[in-house]
Design a protein around this ligand. Structure first.
Ligand code: HEM
Length: 172
């Protein structure tokens, strides 16, 4: 709202405005921590290694037969959800708390909705802008109420509100 107040009636958001939306981005990050849009991805082990007592064999992976490999010979699938819910990295992981993303933020590679390393999502910054512009305009124009306050999420495999997230919009 501070950004809105500093602008003329039809003035558009600028790059500088987006950099100021730190709390909004912290809240969006916290939403993506609790309900990550992507559940994980496959990786190919370049060499044999052992992690947490599991032997991971070196091996290739063809995405079309990924499930066959995952279930038959246990190649690699890294999971966003289990990392985001690990209490070693996020105290009280079930709790919605955007302040986790203020200050230094989470430990590197603990918050991974966009993946990590050389294959990290190249759309990350675009997604950030899209989310912030959407959020900004909704907050600026409306107050809203959810029709089902305790609506559950289903994952199939993308997280989707079970009832389609109906809301009541009240223009300011
Ligand atoms: C909230 C929105 C988004 C989320 C949560 C998301 C998440 C992800 C994740 C987890 C990966 C796998 C990264 C890895 O394996 O390390 C990925 C890959 C990718 N994403 Fe996104 N993404 C989002 C939006 C976008 C957008 C807007 C675009 C394009 C404009 C995009 C394009 C891609 C592409 C091309 C890859 C494959 C990269 C590669 O394999 O080298 N994504 N994304």
């Amino acid at each position: 709202m501070e950004i809105v107040k500093a602008k003329g009636p039809n003035e558009l958001l600028t790059w500088e405005d987006m950099q100021k939306m730190r709390y909004s981005w912290a809240a969006a990050n916290e939403a993506m921590r609790l309900a990550p849009p992507m559940q994980g991805n496959f990786r190919k082990a370049l060499s044999d290694f052992t992690y947490a007592g599991f032997h991971i064999p070196k091996g290739g992976m063809n995405l079309h037969i990924a499930y066959k490999y995952v279930f038959e010979s246990l190649h690699l699938y890294w999971s966003v959800n289990s990392t985001h819910m690990n209490p070693d990295y996020f105290l009280e992981p079930e709790k919605f708390d955007p302040s986790r993303f203020q200050g230094n933020g989470p430990t590197p590679y603990a918050f991974i909705p966009f993946g990590g390393g050389p294959r990290m999502c190249p759309g990350k910054e675009y997604a950030r802008f899209e989310i912030l512009v959407f959020l900004h305009n909704v907050v600026k124009k409306f107050k809203w109420e959810t029709v089902f306050p305790n609506e559950m999420m289903k994952v199939d495999p993308l997280p989707t509100p079970a009832e389609g997230l109906p809301i009541l919009l009240h223009p300011h």
